[in-house]
Design a protein around this ligand. Structure first.
Ligand code: VGL
Ligand code: ZN
Length: 208
């Protein structure tokens, strides 16, 4: 316990999308996704400041393959660019959109929902997939005076990746803790994520 760098009051833990649909048995299961839960809970106990994100789609969301009559994991071009199509997942107020039942982080201060506009997906906790429409999280973190963002959750190669990259671009010091993440790995996306994060100056730790 407590083996990683010291945690101080300017650090915030960002817990991305630890929801039933991304866990085994869910609609868009990430291999071993539920294995992050005990890791994230223990890590969160050591942070004073924690923010959770929740993927939160209306039915017939445009990231759903079913809407386009296509197969999951096909790609299409939407108004804002390429979009991978997913099985219907994290539909608002369904059990699949709920946090994993063992994700117990009572002191989390903010739950940020994303992906709630039907026409646009939102992998990042900071911007929708047009990369310009803000969620407001950057303003929240700045106003609270946080300097370092530590990112864990699901999926490593999508929502964790986009959130970490945007946080870095916005000027935060960013660390991703890999044993608190699992990936989907579409066409080598896990390896590409590791490379890309390192290139952008995001620190990757195996564990903390
Ligand atoms: C995610 C695909 C679709 C994620 C969300 O949380 O990484 N991936 N929606
Ligand atoms: Zn989604």
């Amino acid at each position: 316990m407590g083996s990683g760098p010291a945690i101080d009051d300017r650090d915030v833990l960002l817990v991305v999308d630890v929801q039933n649909d991304f866990c085994p048995g869910g609609a868009l299961p990430v291999h071993d996704g539920d294995a992050v839960v005990p890791v994230v809970v223990r890590l969160a106990e050591r942070f004073r400041h924690v923010v959770l994100t929740q993927d939160w789609h209306p039915s017939a969301h445009h990231s759903f393959a079913s809407v386009h009559g296509k197969a999951p994991y096909d790609q299409v071009t939407l108004s804002y660019g390429p979009q991978i199509l997913w099985p219907d997942h994290c539909v608002q107020e369904t059990g699949g959109a709920a946090f994993h039942r063992d994700l117990s982080i009572p002191h989390a201060a903010l739950v940020l929902r994303k992906g709630f506009r039907r026409e646009i997906d939102s992998y990042s906790a900071f911007f929708e997939n047009d990369r310009t429409t803000p969620t407001g999280l950057a303003g929240y973190l700045r106003e609270r005076g946080f300097a370092r963002v530590v990112v864990v959750g699901l999926a490593f190669d999508f929502c964790v990746r986009f959130s970490a990259e945007d946080a870095r671009r916005l000027g935060f010091d960013v660390t991703v803790v890999e044993d608190g993440c699992r990936g989907i790995d579409v066409g080598g996306s896990v390896a590409a994520t590791r490379r890309e994060l390192a290139e952008q100056g995001v620190r990757l730790l195996d564990t903390w």
